[in-house]
Design a protein around this ligand. Structure first.
Ligand code: AMP
Length: 237
């Protein structure tokens, strides 16, 4: 009897571990273009609203990205995923919205090349491996629904904010904590991306706290983080 219980407990733990490893949530990464664009890196005009970097499946257990599809080493789906070279036709009906909300900011990268990169790296092992239209639409819908700092006290300005002020403003607005990702320009830490996290669903709609508070050049609630106004990069770089 005791042995049966032990076996059952071990099996339950194993299945939890296994399902935990394969289970993911979605991270929507929104970029602040004035912080992304170094000197003459970007075309003009530089957008003055947050734009999409990507919608990323992330493992629940460790907040690492689900690795890209590979037919031999990472066959993450039973269907045949749409190849990056094939996404443009299904994306045609939403291409105008993608151009506006999910542009490549970098002059050297076309919008289509950026979308293909994001599809190859993050879309093919999402819940939409053969539905690029639905995957990109999910990201567009979340972006039009959640404008994380709009209407809060945190606005672009020359004076830096404490990192925690940005996190708390978003928590107060949306009810869940974001991840804040920063860059650095000549010793000034800048707000580069705001990442919002969503429970796995098709489409993802339910916000959850992001497991990671800060990434890249910010790491601490007390970091001084600049949220630069749209024109300041001309002076900065
Ligand atoms: P990821 O692979 O999703 O982590 O994205 C990183 C890659 O995307 C890097 O090669 C970046 O240079 C590129 N990237 C990030 N944001 C943009 C953007 N807005 N426009 C063009 N390329 C970008």
């Amino acid at each position: 009897m005791q042995r049966h219980l032990l076996v059952a407990a071990v099996l339950a733990t194993l299945s939890l571990l296994v399902s935990g490893q394969t289970d993911f949530f979605y991270k929507l990464s929104l970029q602040w273009p004035p912080s992304v664009c170094g000197p003459s890196q970007c075309g003009s005009p530089i957008p003055r609203t947050f734009t999409i970097h990507g919608l990323w499946p992330q493992f629940v257990t460790n907040d690492r990205p689900v690795p890209p599809y590979n037919p031999t080493t990472n066959k993450c789906t039973n269907v045949t995923p749409t190849a990056p070279g094939q996404i443009l036709v299904p994306l045609k009906p939403i291409q105008d919205q993608l151009n506006e909300l999910w542009p490549s900011l970098l002059k050297q990268t076309t919008n289509v090349a950026f979308w293909r990169h994001e599809w190859e790296k993050h879309g093919m092992c999402s819940d939409y491996p053969d539905k690029p239209h639905d995957y990109f639409t999910a990201a567009l819908d979340l972006t039009t629904t959640y404008n994380p700092l709009e209407g809060t006290e945190v606005k672009p300005r020359q004076d830096p904010y404490k990192a925690i002020e940005i996190r708390e403003a978003i928590k107060a607005k949306l009810g869940k904590y974001p991840e804040i990702s920063c860059g650095k320009v000549s010793n000034t830490i800048q707000l580069k991306e705001i990442r919002l996290c969503f429970e796995r669903a098709k489409p993802p709609v339910v916000l959850r706290d992001c497991p990671t508070k800060y990434s890249n050049q910010c790491s601490d609630d007390d970091n001084q983080v600049k949220f630069p106004p749209a024109t300041s990069e001309v002076l900065e770089f």
